[in-house]
Each structure stands twice: as C-alpha cells, then as structure tokens.
Design a protein around this ligand. Sequence first.
Ligand code: KG4
Ligand code: ZN
Length: 344
Amino acid sequence: MRVLGIETSCDETGVAVYDAVQGLMAHEVYSQIELHARYGGVVPELASRDHIRKLLPLVEATLDQAGLNPADLDGVAYTAGPGLIGALLVGSTVAEGLAMGWGIPAVPVHHLEAHLLTPMLEDPAPQLPFVALLVSGGHTMLVDVAEPGRYRILGQTLDDAAGEAFDKTAKLLGLPYPGGAALAELATRGQSARFDFPRPMLKKPGLDFSFSGLKTAVMMVVREREASPQGLTEEDRADIARSFEEAVVETLVKKSLRALDATGRKTIVVAGGVGANRSLREQLKSTLEAQGGEVFYPRPALCTDNGAMVAYAGFVRLQAGQVSDGEVRAQPRWELEELPALAG
Ligand code: KG4
Ligand code: ZN
C-alpha cells in the first residue's frame, strides 16, 4: 500500500509518499517562512495563495523523486484540520480532486495525529503504548497513546503553546519570525541560569502547561536591561535566551516524567516543531535513560510540518478503511479525542 500525503494547514507546503514496505519514498517541503517574516507572523490569506502556487508542482516533484506515477498510488491523504481554514482548503480541494481523477480514495488526516505518529517513521520505531509530548507552534500537550487511533489528552497548555513562547521571546530579543530555532542558537552562546525565570505550573499538581507568565517575566527583564546604562547587550540577549530555554526545557522534561508516572508508561515520543530543539532532546534522553525509560524523536526535519507525517497517518487510516466520502473536508477546529478508533 502506497499513500501520497499532502500538508497545507499552516505555512509549510509538504508532500510525501509512504510505502508500507519501503517506508518513506520521497518527501518535499516548501516553507513560506520568508513570505511571512516581514509581518512577524503567518498572514493567512498569503499562506493560502502560496499553497495554491506551490502545491501541484510539489506533488509532481515528489512523484518524480520517488520514480512513481499516479497509477502506483493507493490513496491521497491530506491534512483536514486543525489549521488555517484557507490553507486547509487548498490541500483538501487538491487532494480530493487528485484522488477522484486518479480513481483512488482520499483520506482526511488530523494534523496532531500525524505529528504524534511521526516517530513511527524512524528506525527504530517506538513500541506502543507510549506518551507523546506534542510541542509545536500551535499546540503543547501530553497525550497517552494506547494504540494508533486511541488518544487521551493528559494535559495541555492553558494559554500560549511552547513554540509560541519561543517565537514571542525571540521577537522580544529582536530575532525574525519564527524565532524558535534562532533563539536556541543564541542560547548556545549564553550563560546558564543568569536569570531566574519561572518554571510554569511545576509547583502545581497535574499535567497542564502555561507559558504566558514566563513570557511576561522575560519581557520585564528585557525592559530592565534596556533601561540600564549599558542597554540590552549581546551578552544579555544570549543569557536571556539561555535562561528562557532552560525554563521551558525543565518544565517540559518534568511534566513528561510526571505523565509517565501517572500512566505507568515507559516511553516518551516527542513530536512537533519544538521537538527539533537540541537541548530538549538531550535532556529528555539523559533524564529518561537514567530512569530506565526510553525517548524517541523524529529527525528534526520531520518535527516541523511536513507531508511525510500526513502520508503515514493517512496510511494507518486507509488500512482501517477510513476514507473520505468525497466531500472536501477542512476543519479549523477538531479535537484529537474525537477521532474514531481504528477498526480491529
Ligand atoms: O510543528 P510546527 O512546524 O508547526 C505547527 O504545527 O505549529 O512548529 C513550529 C514551531 C515554531 O514555533 C518554531 O519556532 C518552533 O516550532 N521551533 C523551535 C525549534 N525549531 C522550530 N523551537 C525551539 N527550538 C527549535 N530548534
Ligand atoms: Zn504542526
């Protein structure tokens, strides 16, 4: 079974082919970051228009890269939500159209299911059950995954997502949007623990997150340094980035351990754009290994939005016979726990 996956829920156009035997055969991503950077965030209308321009050429390039014709495919999976409505509509309309034209099923996919199943594309793949730490620009949650299709949200952010906190802090430090990766880079030059930023929600029981207080704490330090006689120096910026990253990483690691305790699971998988953060990856790995647990991540390129994760989640749903009824499906809001279980 071979599935084409299409991702257009936000500012990446992603296309890939997943094959049940050969695994990932090809994957192409076109990022719109430059298009949105000057506005300091994603402009939905520009995102939709750019998906329209890029999607079909990217489908052709991906099939070429895999050495495949449409006749070699068994399904066309697409992100049907959650995401930006206009951006979603581009992917879903194209996917439903291609599937109809090629005489194969279309498969609507939930963006977060796609993220949290991504580590299954890697070798070694994690054994189920596991707890997924999903940390992206739009979401921060801990999810108990008993099996693909059965998800229980253990905790989630009450305000900003982890990626959003990275991006907003990066902006305060004068870095271009989306600043998560640039902030992490700046942090490598900073001194550890110079600023005592709050570890949000660690003192409270439970598995929810909150990052808006941390953002405010950073803002106050930035303002204070700006008002100092030296102003906000390069050293200050790097030290703030480092202390901020330490606060986020410690919070994510401790909550992940708490989630393992609460569920009795032994394995954490990390997914979503912030999962590309090197400090988070290293600290989760060393902490879990010290406790006899295991951690799995996708390669950094598959942490951020991509078509490979959609092709894989689409494959899982197609195998269960859960295909589109032919209607173009685009749902800006869609709860993960609403997903039907996989048959059998
Ligand atoms: O999963 P993703 O591509 O998009 C959403 O579905 O939201 O995640 C993008 C987020 C952005 O907030 C970006 O700044 C953040 O992931 N990000 C990082 C790193 N690379 C990307 N945050 C921290 N460290 C990184 N290395
Ligand atoms: Zn995403």
